[in-house]
Design a protein around this ligand. Structure first.
Ligand SMILES: [Fe+2]
Length: 245
């Protein structure tokens, strides 16, 4: 299904995040990415598919394997550009003609019951407010396989939570306010770095795989993640090209 850009943009500006469909003709790039990963790491996959990865890998080994897979996917020619192209209309309308992209693609693998994960957080001020994160699942995600987003309107309440004492407060809050209980392969979540997000413990029987990468306008304010260390040019306008070496 084609995305309705205006509607999605409105939703993004309202909430700070949006779920949308990947451009149809680029979905095969993700299908082939999965095939490549499965082939390269066949020893770890055994005969399992992505959702069943935990059946052949222990939680003790998963981080090392994840790092190896990250290294591998970052060696795949054109992948970063294909990721951009798979969401190009929305990204372009949001960020404009001069865009930079995170140098390395990141990958999250959340196996059932694995407790190691990022805490309740937002990416600012390490990232500036002017960055977006593309979060693209490689498998269908339902319920606790999903990363949960907090609306912009609930930002203050989320902020207050950080000063709280109760141990279970993040879970409780996210159960009540967390958005996006389902996102499928072929879709993406795009969120603003200033939105809180939370990764629940995966209580399903399937492993969740999702890649993520950040983008921003070249000329928007920077946080600590800067152009030389963290970002690289993705595309620039003709006039910028005239002066940019
Ligand atoms: Fe984050």
């Amino acid at each position: 299904m084609e995305n309705n850009l205006k509607k999605l943009e409105k939703e993004f500006l309202n909430n700070g995040f949006v779920r949308l469909n990947l451009q149809k003709k680029y979905i095969n790039k993700y299908v082939s990415l999965k095939k490549k990963i499965q082939k390269k790491f066949k020893f770890q996959f055994k005969d399992n598919n992505f959702e069943d990865f935990h059946k052949s890998v222990s939680t003790k080994d998963i981080n090392k394997i994840r790092m190896d897979i990250i290294k591998y996917i970052n060696s795949i020619d054109q992948l970063k550009n294909d990721i951009y192209l798979s969401l190009q209309p929305f990204i372009d309308s949001l960020l404009g003609p001069d865009i930079i992209i995170q140098k390395s693609i990141n990958l999250g693998i959340q196996m059932p019951e694995d407790k190691s994960r990022a805490l309740f957080h937002k990416d600012t001020p390490l990232s500036s407010y002017h960055e977006i994160v593309l979060w693209i699942p490689l498998v269908d995600c339902k319920k606790s396989m999903c990363m949960l987003m907090i609306d912009r309107k609930d930002q203050n309440e989320a902020e207050e939570l950080l000063n709280g004492k109760e141990k279970d407060r993040f879970n409780k809050f996210v159960n009540k306010k967390g958005k996006l209980k389902e996102i499928n392969f072929g879709q993406a979540l795009i969120f603003n770095t200033n939105n809180y997000h939370y990764i629940p413990i995966n209580k399903t029987s399937k492993t969740r795989w999702a890649i993520n990468i950040r983008l921003k306008n070249l000329f928007s304010p920077y946080g600590e993640r800067n152009l030389l260390d963290y970002y690289e040019l993705l595309k620039i306008s003709p006039l910028s090209k005239m002066y940019y070496n």
